[in-house]
Design a protein around this ligand. Structure first.
Ligand SMILES: *Cc1c(COP(=O)(O)O)cnc(C)c1O
Length: 463
C-alpha cells in the first residue's frame, strides 16, 4: 500500500516511511491511496476472532510487505498484552441498546494507549532493522504524553522528550508521565501553557539542526499508524453487536478528530456504521462546521474535559481530503484560506457529504456533570467527563432505537476525580489495581523556561 499527502505535492511513501514521518513535506497529512474493502461475508467470518487476531487482519493490508506476517503478529500480541483486560476493549451496557466501549484498559487509562502501544513496538521494530536511533518530541495537555512514554519506554532506539505545561496537568496525569523512569525518557515541565509547548514542538520540527542529524518522529495523531490502530475497535465492537447483519452507531468524544476519523474509515472499509456522532465540549469548532458550515478558530476554553480542549482539529484535513475526492490542490487552497482567515467553509455539496455520515453535538461542563450523575444514578456506572460528553451527544443524536449506540469511553474515571466530585457523585473513582501505588511512586522531571533555545539545548545535550 502507498500513502499520499492531503496536499498533493509530497512524494508517495510506503508504510515504513510514513511511520517515521510527521507532516508530509508539503504540509499535508499522509493517508492511504486506496482503502481495503470488506464484504459482509468477510466481516461475518471474523465473528469469533480475538482482538489481536482481528487487529492482525485489519492492519496487515496497511503494513503490506514492509513487516513479515509473523513479526507483525508478534508486535500486535505484545502491544495488546499490556492491557489489563483480556478482551482489550470490552463493551458494557448502560441503557437500552446503549453501550460503552471501554478503551481505557491500557497502561495509562486512556484510549491513546490503543494506538501508542502499537506505535512504540512498530517503531522499535523498524528502527532495529535500520540500525537507527531517533528522537521523539511531543507536547501534551495530559493524556498523549503518558501514553507516548508508556508506548516507547522499552524501545531501545528512541529517546523521548515530552513537554507539558508546568502545574497545569492533573496530578494523576503528571504522575503517569513522571513516574516512568528510564534513561531514554525526559519530562519537561514548561513554564507556560499547552499552546506554548505545542508551538515549541512545531518549531523543533521546522528546524531540526539542533538534532545533529538525528531523525525527529511525531507521535501525535498526525502519525498515520495511530489512526490505523484505532480502526480495529470499531470493527471489534460492531461485530459483537451484530455487524454485518445490523448497523451500529458510534458517539465519539472528539478533539483532534483522530479517533472518529478511524470510525469514518471503518465505514468506508465496509463496516455497517449508521451514524458517527462528533461529541465536543465547548471547544466546538467541529460542531460549528457541521451545523453552520463554519470551521472557524476561536479562543480556547478550559473545560472539565481537558483532553478535548482544542482550537483546531488536526485530522480534520484528512476528512476534507476525502470529501473533496482526494483533490490535493483543492485542500491546499482551503488550508491556505484557513491560515489567512482563521476559518473556512465548503460548498453545500461537500457539507452534505459530511452530513450523510456525521452528526454533532456540543456539551458544556454543566451538562457533562449532569450526565455523569444521571448515568451513575440509573445504572451505577461511573463515566469520566470525556465519555460523559459522548453519552450525552449520543442520546441527543439518537435515531432508531433498534440501532445500537456505542459511546467510546476514552478515559477511566479515576483520571478525572474532580469532575466526578463536581457532578455530585459520592462514589470515589478508585485507581485500578495495577496503579494503586501511583501516588507513592518516585517522580522525575525537569522544570524549564518557556524558551525554545533552552528546550533545544536540553534535548541536544541528552541525545
Ligand atoms: C485525546 C483524547 C480525546 C480526543 O481524541 P481525538 O482523537 O483527538 O479526537 C478524547 N478523550 C480523551 C480522554 C483523550 O485523551
Amino acid at each position: 500500500m502507498k500513502y499520499i499527502s492531503t496536499r498533493g505535492k509530497a512524494p508517495k511513501l510506503g508504510f515504513e516511511d510514513v511511520l517515521l514521518t510527521g507532516l508530509a513535506s508539503d504540509g499535508g497529512l499522509y493517508v492511504p491511496d486506496k482503502l481495503p474493502f470488506y464484504s459482509p461475508k468477510q466481516i461475518a467470518s471474523w465473528a469469533g476472532l480475538s482482538y489481536q487476531q482481528l487487529a492482525y487482519k485489519l492492519i496487515k493490508p496497511f503494513v503490506g510487505s514492509s513487516i513479515p506476517a509473523r513479526d507483525l503478529e508478534a508486535i500486535i500480541g505484545k502491544s495488546y498484552g499490556s492491557f489489563r483486560h483480556e478482551a482489550v476493549t470490552p463493551l458494557v451496557q448502560v441503557g437500552h441498546n446503549e453501550w460503552i466501549l471501554e478503551l481505557f484498559h491500557g497502561p495509562t487509562l486512556a484510549f491513546k494507549d490503543v494506538a501508542l502501544q502499537l506505535l512504540g513496538h512498530l517503531l522499535d521494530y523498524v528502527l532495529d532493522r535500520r540500525n537507527e536511533r531517533v528522537v521523539i518530541m511531543g507536547a501534551t495537555s495530559g493524556d498523549t504524553g503518558s501514553a507516548a512514554i508508556e508506548g516507547c519506554r522499552r524501545c531501545k532506539n528512541i529517546d523521548i522528550f515530552i513537554l507539558h505545561p508546568n502545574k497545569r496537568v492533573s496530578e494523576v496525569q503528571r504522575r503517569q508521565m513522571t513516574t516512568a523512569i528510564g534513561k531514554n525518557i525526559f519530562n519537561l515541565a514548561v513554564e507556560g501553557n499547552f499552546d506554548d509547548c505545542q508551538q515549541m514542538v512545531k518549531d523543533c520540527f521546522a528546524d531540526q539542526s539542533f538534532l545533529k542529524g538525528k531523525r525527529l518522529v511525531a507521535v501525535n495523531s498526525i502519525n498515520w499508524a495511530r489512526i490505523m490502530a484505532q480502526i480495529v475497535y470499531y470493527f471489534y465492537a460492531a461485530i459483537h453487536l451484530g455487524a454485518p447483519h445490523r448497523a451500529v452507531s458510534f458517539s465519539v468524544p472528539t478533539g483532534n478528530f483522530g479517533d472518529i476519523f478511524a470510525g469514518y474509515l471503518a465505514k468506508k472499509m465496509g463496516l455497517p456504521v449508521d451514524r458517527l456522532v462528533i461529541a465536543t465540549n465547548r471547544n466546538d469548532i467541529l460542531h460549528r462546521f457541521l451545523s453552520q458550515n463554519q470551521y472557524q478558530k476561536t479562543r480556547l476554553a478550559h473545560t472539565l474535559s481537558p483532553s478535548m480542549d482544542i482550537m483546531v482539529s488536526s485530522n480534520f484535513e484528512r476528512m476534507l481530503f476525502d470529501l473533496y475526492e482526494n483533490n490535493g490542490m483543492a485542500i491546499n487552497t482551503l488550508m491556505q484560506d484557513f491560515q489567512k482567515n482563521n476559518g473556512l467553509s465548503v460548498p453545500a455539496k461537500r457539507l452534505a457529504g459530511a452530513r450523510q455520515i456525521f452528526d454533532s453535538y456540543a456539551v458544556n461542563d454543566k451538562l457533562t456533570c449532569e450526565t455523569i450523575k444521571a448515568v451513575f444514578e440509573k445504572s451505577e456506572y461511573l463515566l469520566d467527563p470525556h465519555t460523559a460528553i459522548g453519552v450525552k451527544a449520543g442520546r441527543e443524536c439518537r435515531g432508531r432505537l433498534s440501532t445500537p449506540m456505542v459511546t467510546l469511553a476514552t478515559a477511566h474515571p479515576a483520571k478525572f476525580p474532580e469532575a466526578i466530585q463536581k457532578a455530585g457523585v459520592k462514589q470515589n473513582p478508585d485507581l485500578p489495581y495495577h496503579m494503586r501505588d501511583l501516588f507513592k511512586r518516585k517522580e522525575k522531571y525537569d522544570v524549564i523556561e518557556n524558551d525554545l533555545k533552552q528546550v533545544q539545548a536540553y534535548v541536544s545535550k541528552r541525545i
